[in-house]
Design a protein around this ligand. Structure first.
Ligand code: AVJ
Length: 332
C-alpha cells in the first residue's frame, strides 16, 4: 500500500430514482406514427449505432457546432470556472464528449485543489467508462455519477452537493426542445439550483440558412444515416419492415421559427408493418416523418429564456472570429 490512504472513494455511480419506463420507445413509436402529422422523438437516435454516428457527425467539416464550442472552452474556460467565485462543483446534464468536460475540469483544478464532478446521463455504461478515466487522470477529482433521466435525478433530493454549483447543459442540447419545453427545462434546472449557482448553456447561433442546412445535411451522408437509423432501430427492436432506401433525409432551416427541422421523407407510396406493435402503416409519396428540431438562439433569445427561467445572463462567450456558437453563463 502507498503511504497516503483515503477513506473517501473518488468514484461513485448511483442509479437514478426512476428507471426509464420499459416500453416507452414502443409506445412513442405507436403514437408518433399513427398521428396525423407523423413524428418520432430525437432522443431515440442514440442507441449504440446512433451514438457512434453522432460521434462521426462531430468531426464532419460541415458540422461546426462541436468544434466551435470546444474552441470557446479552450479560450475562455478559465473565465467560466472563476466567474462565480471558488470553490465550485460541477453538475453536467447529459454528459457530452469527455474532451469538452476535461477542458473545464483542468481549468477548475488550476484554481482549487479539489473538485466534485457529477455527470448525469441516461447511459450507465458510458458514465462508468468516462468516470473511471477521469478519476485516473485527475487526482484532485471526485466523480459522483448518476445514471438516469436528468430531470428525474435533478428533481430528487438525493443529488449530492456541498458548495456552489456550476451546472452545465452543453452542446446545443437545449436546441432539441420546442420553445415552451426549453423554458420548462430551464425552469426545472433553476429549481434545483441555489441562489448564486450558475448554469453554463451551450447554444448555436442563428445564421445563414445555407451554412445551417449543410451542417444538418452533409454531403458524405453521415447525418442522413444518423436520421435513418431511427427506422433501422424500429426494424431491429420492434420487428419493423421499413425499407431504409425508400426514405430520404431532409433538413430545412425555417428562419422565422429559428430552427432546423429534420425529416425522413417517403420516396414513394408504401406500406410498412411494425410487428411488435401489430401496426400497419401507409405512407404517401413525399410524406414526411418529423424526427428532430434544432433551435438556434440569438443573443436576445438567450436573454429572454434566462429571464423566463428566473435567472440572469451574467456573461457569454463566442468563437472568434466566426461567431457561430455561444456559451452562456446564467446565474440564479
Ligand atoms: C446533439 C442534439 C445538439 O441538434 O445539432 C446533429 C444532434 N442532429 N446533427 C443537434 C444532431 C443532426 C445535435 N444535438
Amino acid at each position: 500500500m502507498s503511504g497516503t490512504s483515503t477513506t473517501t472513494p473518488r468514484l461513485e455511480i448511483r442509479s437514478g430514482p426512476a428507471p426509464q419506463k420499459a416500453g416507452s420507445f414502443a409506445e412513442d413509436v405507436r403514437a408518433g406514427l399513427t398521428a396525423r402529422s407523423k413524428h418520432l422523438f430525437s432522443k431515440y437516435f442514440y442507441d449504440e449505432l446512433g451514438s457512434a454516428l453522432f460521434d462521426a457527425i462531430t468531426v464532419l467539416p460541415e458540422y461546426y457546432l462541436t468544434r466551435a464550442e470546444t474552441q470557446i472552452l479552450r479560450e475562455c474556460g478559465w473565465e467560466m470556472v472563476r466567474a462565480l467565485g471558488n470553490p465550485i462543483e460541477f453538475i453536467e446534464l447529459g454528459s457530452g464528449s469527455a474532451v469538452k468536460t476535461r477542458i473545464l475540469i483542468e481549468e477548475a483544478l488550476r484554481v482549487q485543489r479539489s473538485l466534485r464532478y457529477s455527470p448525469i446521463d441516461i447511459s450507465g455504461e458510458a458514465l462508468r467508462a468516462s468516470a473511471q478515466s477521469l478519476v485516473a487522470a485527475y487526482p484532485g477529482l471526485t466523480v459522483t455519477a448518476y445514471a438516469g433521466d436528468y430531470f428525474d435525478v435533478l428533481g430528487t433530493a438525493q443529488l449530492r452537493r456541498e458548495g456552489r454549483v456550476l451546472a452545465m447543459f452543453m452542446g446545443s442540447n437545449i436546441g432539441n426542445y420546442e420553445p415552451q419545453d426549453a423554458a420548462r427545462v430551464l425552469r426545472g434546472i433553476a429549481a434545483s439550483l441555489k441562489p448564486g449557482d450558475g448554469l453554463l448553456l451551450g447554444t448555436d447561433l442563428k445564421k445563414d440558412p445555407r451554412v445551417l442546412e449543410l451542417a444538418y445535411d452533409d454531403p458524405t451522408g453521415v447525418t442522413a444515416a444518423f436520421n435513418k437509423n431511427l427506422l433501422a432501430r424500429i426494424n431491429r427492436d420492434l420487428d419493423g419492415t421499413f425499407d431504409l432506401r425508400a426514405f430520404g433525409h431532409v433538413a430545412h432551416y425555417d428562419s422565422r421559427r429559428g430552427a432546423v427541422f429534420s425529416y425522413l421523407e417517403a420516396k414513394r407510396a408504401q406500406k410498412v408493418r411494425v410487428g411488435k406493435l401489430d401496426l400497419d402503416l401507409r405512407f404517401d409519396r413525399g410524406e414526411r416523418i418529423h424526427t428532430e428540431s434544432s433551435y438556434k438562439y440569438s443573443p436576445q433569445d438567450i436573454e429572454r429564456i434566462a429571464k423566463e427561467a428566473g435567472m440572469r445572463l451574467l456573461q457569454s462567450w463566442t468563437d472568434m472570429p466566426h461567431e457561430r456558437f455561444r456559451v452562456n453563463l446564467l446565474v440564479k
